[in-house]
Design a protein around this ligand. Sequence first.
Ligand SMILES: *Cc1c(COP(=O)(O)O)cnc(C)c1O
Length: 378
Amino acid sequence: MNQLRTPRIEINIAKLAHNANKLAKLFNSKGINLMAVTKTVCGDPVVAKTLLNQNIHMLADSKLVNIIRMQEAGIKAQFVLLRSPAMSEVDFVVKYADISMNTELAVLKKLSTAATKQRTLHKVILMVEMGDLREGIMPQDLEELIQEVLELPPLEIVGIGANFACFGGIKPNEEKMSHLSSIAKNIEKRFKLPLPYVSGGNSANYNWFMTTSNTGKINNLRLGESIYLGRETLNRTEIPELYTDSFTFTAEIIELKTKPSIPYGDKGQDAFGTHPEFHDHGLMKRAILGVGSQDVLISGLTPRLDIDILGSSSDHTVINIKNTNLKVGDEVKFDLNYGALLAAMTSPYIIKEYTRTLYPPFITHLKKDGQIGTAKVK
Ligand SMILES: *Cc1c(COP(=O)(O)O)cnc(C)c1O
């Protein structure tokens, strides 16, 4: 018997290595080192190992179980817990994470107790609220909190950080970055406390980085999406010379029939409690893919062929195959957005397949104005 083939996500290791390498070189050129964020791929050890070979030495994840998964696979790196620990998990945080990001004194006290018990030090980065309104200590409360944490000896404050464009859609622009820089400067001065990590944000910081003339005290970023999908995340613009197709989602056609385009009969709710609307396009060639909303975020898939996704229930996705000559048993391929990638990597129903072909390769060429340009070979 062969292995199960579909539905699957193909993970191109060579393309991920290329993207990580390019981004690490780019950001290092202005004194910024990277943490590679692994939550996007559910702490996949093959991916994590690939990123570590590209001048990246820190892996950051918001879930402790992903950090444990990578360690159990034998991966050696500095592990960072990206999310403030839950009170109930502090013992595990001290055991498995080298650094955790924190915002709550009550949690920090528990971490301190856990570290004392385990006779070890634990490093913390304090997250500062800068307007996106997810996690963070209000800037006016930061110094008082630092004063308290300095009284908790097994904890070592190694930095401050801020997060942007995740909850409130707030941009990490020049003003926000110089504000964070000045907060870092004040802390170093007031407490004589060097901050090895001043972590300015995530994949949304690309535009700021490319346009700023002064990165100030910012010396770290935590990158997920731009490594995996090759885009910055404020406008989802492609980053030059990166692959945007490192992941390919593949599903298989299990039914293909010519049917009307509007459901007929007495109408109630669909599988998810909504009342879908349909337009009449006459008869159409409708195919069912053997994958559904339990496996992947269907709305985050973009077909690579000229076909339309009509909708999905938990295990079925209905597509209009239009003028393609697809048939039952054929595979259909899709690009994934961030949400679709998260879901597919997390689903136990999606087969993970690793590939290594680097195509198309990138070439460098001289443009008419003498500038160096790059292009993908089609
Ligand atoms: C998820 C996350 C990141 C990574 O964000 P990307 O947009 O994928 O680069 C960085 N920092 C924190 C705190 C996160 O939760």
